[in-house]
Design a protein around this ligand. Structure first.
Ligand SMILES: Nc1nc2c(c(=O)[nH]1)N[C@H]1C(S)=C(S)[C@@H](COP(=O)(O)O)O[C@H]1N2
Ligand SMILES: [Mo]
Length: 225
């Protein structure tokens, strides 16, 4: 447990399921889940999630911060370092001369996040398969998710099924784009919004939580957010 939270965050008990579509159950997990790799590669690649087993295991203990203002503390994730994933599974497949700067992570529910390569290669960034010593549940991103604890939740794509590698910033429409989510999303810098200071948009994001909660309650599966 950390004693201090980033600016504008409040601790919640436990770890709520959150996301753009809480009305519906999480997407089903295929029998042999894959992660597609595309973009600046010599060819598109379909990687079996089982292949992650060839990489060194990593455990990361971290707090989790949603841009809407709640934080879950003391989570223990297990998986592979994205840094190792990139060096071993991606770099050898890049087109000669390709200089990757931006990545797009997609979940099988259609939610996507644009991430800078330099942020994705950070120390604690994982492609995670386990949380708290158990395989990920559907609520938290089964079969695998991105975990980037120094960035807001919206970067931490659940049900990861595709990663694209780009040399320039692609246009990505994500459910948070009307809110102009910050492309770096670093929690300790409170990078919630593209242009406005984070503290100014805190109430706006709190409002988003209220709306999402209300909508998901109407859908019959009220959950905390
Ligand atoms: N595929 C997918 N990933 C997602 C989301 C989503 O809706 N779909 N929501 C994001 C947001 S806004 C947050 S705060 C976290 C919530 O993660 P949790 O449900 O495990 O708490 O997932 C992020 N990753
Ligand atoms: Mo979030």
């Amino acid at each position: 447990m950390t004693l201090r939270l980033p600016p504008g965050q409040r601790a919640v008990g436990g770890f709520p399921r959150f996301g753009k579509d809480l009305k519906n159950p999480p997407p089903p997990v295929p029998a042999d889940p894959v992660i597609e790799l595309g973009g600046a590669l010599t060819e598109d690649v379909t990687l079996s999630v089982a292949e992650l087993g060839k990489l060194p295991r990593r455990e990361v203990r971290a707090d989790f911060h949603c841009v809407a203002g709640w934080s879950a503390t003391g989570l223990v994730w297990e998986g592979v370092a994205f840094k190792d994933f990139y060096r071993v599974l991606v770099e050898p497949r890049l087109r000669p001369g390709a200089v990757v700067s931006h990545l797009v992570f997609s979940g099988s529910d259609g939610v996507r996040a644009l991430v800078l390569l330099e942020d994705a290669l950070g120390e604690d960034v994982l492609v995670a398969e386990r949380l708290g010593g158990e395989p990920l549940t559907g609520d938290h991103g089964a079969p695998v998710r991105l975990v980037s604890p120094w960035q807001y939740g919206y970067v931490n794509i659940k049900h990861l099924c595709r990663i694209e590698f780009h040399a320039t910033a692609p246009r990505v429409t994500d459910p948070w784009s009307p809110l102009a989510a910050h492309p770096r999303a670093r929690v300790w810098k409170e990078e919630r919004h593209r242009r406005l200071p984070g503290r100014v948009v805190r109430p706006l994001y709190r409002g988003v939580v209220v709306v999402i909660r209300a909508l998901s309650a109407r859908g019959g599966s009220a959950r905390r957010g």
